[in-house]
Design a protein around this ligand. Structure first.
Ligand code: SF4
Length: 204
């Protein structure tokens, strides 16, 4: 396994172990914490299905190019792993573990399955919000309404992930850090750029 796989696997297993040891009341509290985010993800999925599915299916999926899903190219935030763990069945988490250990393709994302597509139940936010230039052009060219809706979704996304104020993805990292658990995927607490944004927030 390369470093990317190792980091993904260690984080997945750590979050799983931690949740297995938590009482039901704490798991329920975590579900409450992510409820608004899941509602946003449903809205984003509906938008993408309405406007982008026809374009992406024809140009990428049917031809099995899956150009967005490149090898080790996806930043997965710690918050992504937590949200996905909370919403996944045990067999789905097992499947992710197997995919990390033995990816189907050497040239594509480790989580991409030829048969089932992306193996995450709630895929990483970077993947959900990525629109390639060709698809953007095709969909937005004559649809200012669609572009406006997408802009609104991007603003909502920042409210969960961009730490210019305390955001969900930060809180999820902080909860684990306080429990003495850390991961290289906790970018909001480890990336110099994101740390700077948090610091400026405190001083500004
Ligand atoms: S995590 Fe899923 S959507 Fe994201 S690149 Fe991998 S297979 Fe594609």
């Amino acid at each position: 396994m390369n470093i990317y796989q190792t980091e993904q696997l260690e984080t997945l297993l750590m979050v799983r172990r931690h949740f297995e040891g938590l009482p039901g009341s704490e798991i329920a509290a975590l579900h409450d914490k992510i409820a608004d985010y899941l509602a946003f993800r449903t809205d984003a999925a509906i938008f993408l299905e309405s406007y982008f599915a026809p374009v992406c299916t024809a140009s990428c999926y049917r031809s099995q190019i899956s150009a967005c899903c490149s090898k080790d190219g996806i930043i997965t935030f710690f918050g992504d792993v937590v949200v996905n763990m909370l919403t996944s069945r045990a067999d789905e988490v097992d499947r992710l573990e197997r995919a990390i250990r033995s990816p189907e393709s050497e040239r594509k994302c480790i989580y991409l399955s030829q048969k089932s597509g992306c193996l995450w139940r709630v895929k990483p936010i970077v993947c959900e919000m990525f629109l390639c230039r060709e698809a953007r052009q095709q969909v937005f060219e004559n649809r200012p309404d669609a572009m406006e809706k997408w802009g609104a979704l991007e603003r909502i996304k920042k409210g969960f992930t961009w730490p210019d104020k305390p955001v969900l993805f930060e809180v999820l990292e902080r909860d684990f850090l306080r429990a003495g658990l850390s991961s290289p995927l906790m970018y909001i607490h480890t990336s110099p750029g994101l740390i700077r944004i948090r610091k400026n927030r405190k001083s500004g």
